[in-house]
Design a protein around this ligand. Structure first.
Ligand code: C2E
Ligand code: CA
Ligand code: CA
Length: 705
């Protein structure tokens, strides 16, 4: 199970986490690459162009320095004719303006490779056009990036928009299309630019570039445009789109892969956790999901009910119909059950017709009600047949530590808990019909006890820890001691004084009972011999011989040898057989009884009237004594009808020449009644309880009760 659990967890974990990590890493890497390409391009384009523009401003400043005043005509004869420019003093105040002043207030120092170049934004134009597109400049972002003065790390602060107006352009509007739109430039502007650059391949960004004039006491700001070659831009955009596309495709394929893996994982997990025959969740699922659920920290306070729900008539159903029909029915049962439970509860097919459930428990009463109504619903699922369902419930209460705090159920083993639920169900027998049984710790204690007894029995026998108790039998008319029954007790040094009810059934199951019977016979014979030697007046003592012992063909010889070995007279030993033993092999039984009698033992039938009555067998069995079961004198049987049966049984025994012993008699009027009916002996608390051999010895000396 642990191995399966590991495999399951591995399957569950694989795929999704790895994919998420891959996608995140890859996306970050892609982002970095894109940013890097972009930044490289911008720095290359901008800075190289800015240099050119700066050189022009410096050229103008030099001419201005040489001139005597700020004449509007100053540059007319130079290449700078018609250029807008401004002369400012050191603090940026206008001294002279030639052309239109669209120079913004704030200056920015851009670290252009070796020297800082001061630039101003253009207040009027924030859009530049090229081709069939226009760029909207985000000035603050543009300068913010520039201000970083970190060569090579610029952000081109514009958004690309498509100007609809330009779409349906014809050749006539060429000027507008490709113009460097800076304050409604004149047609000469266009011509000039057209001369310098190829018409189709221009992008211009308006900007005011500053140069020092007059040794730095004044500044000349020149309106310029940063021209970007369309080819550069196209290559860049194409490259950018291509890289972006590749990255996008890769990411999409990664995600697609992840989804595929996820679907596959689901399929595998489902195969792993589904019962093929019924489609129900299987045991594997139950254990893994169940433990996860119960062990959760937040569920530490929640009581859970572990349930074993069994469809009792499954085998019969399969016999009468077919296995396939049976499985179909199980599927229907499963579906109905799943439908009934809450989403945070679990139902799975554990084995054959057993379903394992984890329910969120309330009180025992509430759980019982829930299961009763579930069973009620299930029992009519296959009408007109009524189906029988039994449920065993093991309630898990919250765990607390020494300080009384609720703690997680980390140590939980659901398999064990489910087995406990099964033990609870096993208390109901198949013939009980539908029902619900709860597990309690005593069941575990019982199982543990069986193991302990099994482990200790041999040692206890060797150490003579088993003691013979004697319960005297008295004549009800004369109160004379007529006999006794030897009853075992276990004086265990570890477990104290243990009564036969706690060990005999275990010995009967594990076969140790034959050793016990021998032990008792041997000890009783030994005691009788000892008492005879002491000169005491001994009476027959009966010893119980278990039904299992009758499998031994030489039982009579075996008993004879045991008794003879102790040197006790055989007629002081009586063998008690239980009525049920008569059913096994009647002929062998009769043989053994006859032999025992031939050897000189007395033989009695124990517990007559309890369970199966075999009046018929009485006539074939040459028995000496009939022991009337204590049940005759208890509860409902004790009334008038009981008395009739007892008196008839005594009569019957007499006519078969058997003596009668009434067991379990506690009341005076019972004694009187039995005396009147002619019962020979009474063995009951009224006269004496089973007692240690020393007490019995004392009783023998008194001889009457
Ligand atoms: P059992 O052979 O029917 O023994 C009679 C049981 O009834 C004894 O219980 C005895 O203590 C009890 N009893 C007698 N009179 C009264 C009474 O007036 N009232 C009540 N309430 N009980 C009375 P014990 O000694 O506990 O033995 C229980 C059973 O264990 C025995 O039933 C017998 O079946 C089995 N057992 C005891 N010792 C041995 C043994 O050495 N070998 C075998 N094979 N079975 C034994
Ligand atoms: Ca007995
Ligand atoms: Ca008995």
């Amino acid at each position: 199970m642990d191995k399966n659990r590991k495999v399951y967890k591995k399957i569950n974990r694989s795929g999704i986490v790895g994919t998420i990590i891959r996608v995140v890493l890859f996306s970050s890497l892609a982002g970095l690459i894109l940013y890097f390409v972009y930044a490289e391009f911008v720095s290359y384009i901008l800075l190289s162009k800015l240099s050119t523009e700066y050189e022009k401003a410096v050229g103008m400043a030099e001419i201005y320095d040489k001139a005597s005043d700020t004449d509007a005509e100053l540059f007319n004869d130079t290449e700078y004719a018609g250029t807008d420019y401004i002369i400012m003093d050191g603090s940026g105040e206008r001294k002279y303006v030639s052309g239109e002043d669209t120079c913004g207030k704030n200056s920015y120092a851009v670290d252009n490779y070796l020297r800082p170049v001061v630039v101003y934004q253009d207040t009027k134009t924030d859009t530049i056009n090229f081709g069939k597109r226009s760029l909207k400049i985000n000035w603050p972002a543009f300068f913010k990036e520039m201000e970083k003065q970190n060569a090579g790390k610029f952000q081109l602060g514009f958004d690309i928009t498509t100007d609809k107006k330009d779409r349906d352009d014809d050749d006539d509007d060429e000027d507008e299309d490709y113009g460097i739109v800076i304050n409604e430039p004149t047609s000469e502007d266009y011509e000039k630019i057209a001369q310098l650059y190829d018409e189709d391949q221009l992008v211009a960004m308006p900007i005011w570039v500053c140069a020092d004039a007059n040794g730095g006491s004044e500044k000349l700001a020149r309106r310029s445009a940063i021209y970007v070659n369309m080819k550069d831009l196209t290559i860049f955009v194409e490259l950018y789109i291509a890289v972006g596309l590749i990255i996008f495709i890769l990411i999409v394929s990664l995600i697609a892969n992840a989804i595929k893996a996820l679907i596959q994982k689901r399929r595998i997990t489902s195969l792993f956790t589904t019962d093929a025959a019924t489609g129900a969740k299987n045991w594997m699922y139950y254990i893994i999901k169940g433990e996860d659920l119960i062990k959760k920290r937040r569920n530490a306070r929640v009581p859970f009910a572990i349930v074993n729900l069994c469809f009792v008539n499954y085998r019969n159903y399969c016999l009468c119909h077919s296995v396939q029909d049976g499985e179909k029915l199980l599927t229907a049962i499963y579906r109905r059950t799943v439908h009934t439970i809450n989403p945070n509860e679990i139902c799975a097919r554990a084995s054959s017709s057993n379903f394992a459930l984890v329910l969120r428990g309330g009180s025992d009463e509430e759980i019982k009600q829930r299961l009763d109504s579930l069973i009620q619903g299930l029992s009519t699922i296959n009408q007109p047949h009524t189906l029988t369902f039994q449920a065993g419930v093991n309630v898990l209460r919250p765990n607390t530590d020494a300080a009384g705090r609720t703690v997680r159920r980390n140590a939980l083993n659901l398999e064990t808990e489910y087995n406990n639920a099964c033990s609870a169900r096993a208390k109901l027998s198949d013939t009980d019909g539908s029902g619900v049984a709860f597990f309690d710790d005593r069941l575990v204690d019982e199982e543990k006890w069986v193991d302990i007894v099994h482990e200790k029995q041999q040692q206890a026998l060797m150490n003579e820890e088993f003691q013979v108790y004697y319960q005297p039998k008295y004549d009800p008319r004369t109160n004379e001691l007529k006999g006794a029954e030897a009853l075992i007790r276990w004086a265990s040094p570890e477990y104290g004084f243990v009564t036969p009810y706690r060990i005999i059934p275990i010995f009967e199951k594990n076969g140790f009972i034959t050793a016990i019977d021998d032990y008792m016979i041997t000890h009783v014979a030994r005691h009788q011999k000892m008492w005879l030697d002491k000169g005491l007046k001994c009476v027959p003592v009966s010893v119980n011989v278990s039904r299992a012992h009758f499998a031994d063909n030489n039982l009579a010889e075996h008993i004879r040898d045991l008794v003879d070995r102790e040197g006790a007279p055989r007629n002081l030993i009586e063998i008690e057989l239980t009525e049920s033993a008569f059913f096994d092999d009647k002929r062998a039984m009769i043989e053994t009884i006859k032999k025992l009698k031939d050897y000189g033992f007395m033989v009695s039938m124990d517990d007559f009237g309890a369970g199966y009555s075999s009046l018929n067998s009485l006539k074939d069995m040459p028995l000496d004594v009939l022991k009337l079961d204590a049940d005759f004198f208890r509860g409902e049987n004790a009334g008038e009808r009981g008395e009739i049966v007892v008196s008839e049984a005594i009569k019957l025994a007499k006519s078969l020449h058997m003596k009668t012993v009434a067991e379990g008699v506690e009341e005076k009027d019972q004694v009187d009644f039995l005396a009147a009916q002619g019962c020979d002996m009474i063995q009951g608390y009224y006269f004496a309880k089973p007692m240690p051999m020393s007490d019995y010895e004392t009783r023998m000396q008194g001889a009457t009760a």
